[in-house]
Ligand binder design. Structure first.
Ligand code: NCD
Length: 351
């Protein structure tokens, strides 16, 4: 299947073949994402990023990825400064903006908004997060990270034990991730959440229908046992009215818990942001210098993977290899405190 000209609204779009093609392309683009090589395959192209909801990583990394491919970016954030505040429909906004650019990345608190946008536009629309629905570009970079982390130790994703933990009901990243990991074979997927925050049944059924063992647990202590991958998520408090939740400090994923129950070569991921306030029960900062913590390799992976996606959707993927040239500017070869313990073990390839 060619991705050229496609809207990317759901991670459903990607089978294993497309994923592996994108991994290869993202590997090729990694030196560009790190400022060591240059490509201009999207010279003259314009991306519009429209974010109707808070974002740090998704908006900035999409914009950086498009710029690194040689394109230009126009962006607007927040409903209050757009004509939607004057009563304009999403359909009108979409059609108008599609006359200004070649690709739109958008995020909106309503699940339906991205579909309305795609129905009215003249250019491809990439879903940067639609309410509690999906977040396909996050899932792509998560898969790329997994592929890298496991292949470094000679493993593949097939046959692994995966624990998804936290707010699995409202967390759109895990919804998109379920659709992608289950393209692989023979997984054990443990969904660890208090019952009101459990993974939607349709996604549990999807995983079973693709031949995986699916378990549901309300206890991180048992749910994370022997996990090859722990994918922690934040409580999505913005998606439900204030109500007391059975979300105890058992859901704080910290060094003691990981050391007690996970495999020694486990990979620990989180889409970020993590809630680092004292009372939160999220991924703890006491794991920050643990080489198993892949969260910043994960955010770094967002640039080459989003570049790979944009290049594919705009039909220039095949021209990248011949377009690469060395970057002219100075780039420090610096490894900070988060990354040093990891790179001490594995060397600096693929940094
Ligand atoms: C996530 C999101 O917006 O869905 N963030 C991201 O894009 N990496 C996760 C979250 O907000 O918890």
């Amino acid at each position: 299947m060619s991705l050229t000209g496609r809207h990317v609204l759901s991670s459903d779009l990607f089978g294993r073949d497309e994923l592996e093609r994108l991994f290869t392309l993202a590997d090729l683009l990694t030196p560009v994402s790190r400022g060591r090589k240059v490509t201009r395959v999207l010279e003259g192209a314009v991306m519009a990023s429209l974010f109707f909801e808070a974002s740090t990583r998704t908006r900035l990394s999409c914009e950086s990825a498009f710029l690194r491919l040689g394109g230009g970016v126009i962006s607007s954030t927040g409903v209050e400064i757009m004509s939607i505040a004057k009563g304009e429909s999403l359909a009108d906004t979409s059609r108008v903006v599609s006359g200004y650019c070649d690709l739109i990345v958008m995020r909106h608190p309503l699940e339906s908004a991205v579909h309305e946008f795609a129905a009215a536009t003249n250019v491809p629309v990439i879903n940067g997060g639609n309410g509690a629905g999906e977040h396909p570009t996050q899932a792509l970079l998560d898969m790329f990270t997994l592929h890298r982390e496991f292949s470094r130790t000679g493993r593949t994703l097939d046959g692994r034990r995966i624990a998804l933990v936290g707010d699995l009901r409202h967390g759109r990243t895990v919804h998109s991730l379920m659709k992608l990991v289950t393209r692989y074979e023979n997984l054990t997927i443990v969904c660890v959440a208090p019952e009101p925050l459990g993974m939607p049944v349709g996604l549990l059924e999807l995983a079973e229908s693709r031949g995986h063992r699916v378990q549901v647990s309300e206890q991180p202590e048992t749910g994370l046992k022997d996990a090859d991958l722990v994918y922690a998520t934040r409580l999505q408090t913005e998606r439900f009215a204030d109500q007391p939740l059975p979300y105890s400090d058992a859901f704080r994923i910290d060094k003691a818990l990981v050391s007690r129950v996970c495999r020694e070569d486990a990979v620990i991921m989180h889409p970020l942001p993590r809630d680092s306030r004292a009372a939160s029960n999220d991924l703890s900062t006491d794991l920050d210098e643990d080489p198993r913590l892949a969260i910043f390799r994960q955010t770094d992976a967002g640039i080459p993977m989003r570049m790979a996606l944009f290049a594919s959707v705009l039909g220039v993927a095949d021209t990248i290899a011949d377009s690469l040239r060395p970057a002219a500017w100075y780039r420090p070869d610096y490894t900070g405190p988060h990354d040093a313990p990891f790179y001490r073990n594995v060397g600096t390839n693929n940094r």
